[in-house]
Design a protein around this ligand. Structure first.
Ligand code: PMP
Length: 283
């Protein structure tokens, strides 16, 4: 199936992607006033669905949009979308904006949120890239102070990712006031020996659904987890650096700012966590 044959959901109906239209006064288009979710689907089942649903509700609440569907309603929508596509593994994108209204920064009254969802084929990270690990560059985190909200206002993230791409890197590793925050579209983990370090779940990072998952995987794989602020020096002295996201799962960063991380190859903690992640998917 090519992308042209994708069926999407928009405001209550399923329709071909190329027929889906949003009015130009949608506040998502005008102000980036909305939130989103990205949910991986394995063997036609949304993975960590309950957690994604909870984060979706939290993002809506944080920006004052009444959740347009209850849990059963979202679950039905997502299963219907999955069923309409041929792939076993997919990733579902959900977006809710405040809706369509005359342009004014303040919230409009009596406006229906715009609800959009689409599904694409899940394309795993290429084996060759997994084997070598990926390059990253460090960048100052110049985003706002509510990175915990999964907002569609992604300009800061877009500019950071573009800077990484222009430096022939796969991702960036961002720092605010000398402390590690996250990547442009991923959480970043520092490994020292058999301990994995992760920045605290505060407003400076998006709590990836994989953060809770890796926490669980560390416990079962006998890896120590330490959640605390991490300095730039600690990142530079890491034995391993990892990134996690719905689409990349767990991936090893083997070069930072042109220098090898540890011995420059994916390390034992990465191998353990990646194996545990694959098991969690299958279970
Ligand atoms: N941080 C940011 C800024 C992201 O965009 C993402 C990807 N959605 C993540 C972290 C990782 O979140 P998740 O594990 O839910 O994909």
């Amino acid at each position: 199936m090519n992308d042209d044959a994708q069926t999407v959901f928009l405001n209550g109906e399923f329709l071909p992607l190329e027929q889906a239209r949003v009015p130009v006064l949608d506040r998502g288009f005008i102000f980036g006033d909305g939130i989103y979710e990205v949910v991986p689907v394995y063997a036609r089942k949304p993975f960590r669905w309950r957690q994604h649903l909870k984060r979706l509700g939290g993002s809506l609440q944080a920006i004052g949009i009444t959740n347009p569907r209850d849990e059963a309603g979202w679950t039905e929508l997502v299963h219907e979308l999955i069923a309409r596509h041929p792939w076993q593994d997919q990733f579902v994108y959900i977006q809710v904006t405040r809706g369509v209204a005359r342009r004014d920064h303040a919230f409009p009254k009596d406006v229906q949120p715009t609800v959009f969802a689409m599904s694409s084929q899940f394309v795993p990270v290429a084996d060759a890239l997994r084997a070598t690990g990926v390059r990253a560059i460090s960048l100052p985190d110049e985003r706002w102070l509510h990175c915990d909200i999964k907002s569609i206002s992604l300009l800061g993230n877009v500019l950071a990712r573009q800077a990484a791409v222009e430096a022939q890197a796969f991702e960036c590793v961002m720092f605010r006031d000398g402390y590690l925050t996250e990547g442009s579209a991923s959480n970043i983990w520092v490994v020292r020996g058999n301990t994995v370090f992760c920045p605290p779940r505060d407003r400076l990072i998006l709590e990836g659904i994989r953060v809770g998952l890796v926490e669980e995987l560390c416990a079962t794989a006998g890896i120590t987890l330490d959640i605390r602020r991490i300095t730039r020096e600690e990142v530079q002295a890491a034995d391993e650096l990892l990134l996690t996201s719905a689409t990349r799962e767990v991936l090893s960063i083997t070069s930072l700012d042109g220098k090898p991380v540890g011995d420059g190859r994916p390390g034992p903690v990465y191998e353990k966590l990646y194996a545990a992640y694959q098991q969690a998917k299958a279970g």
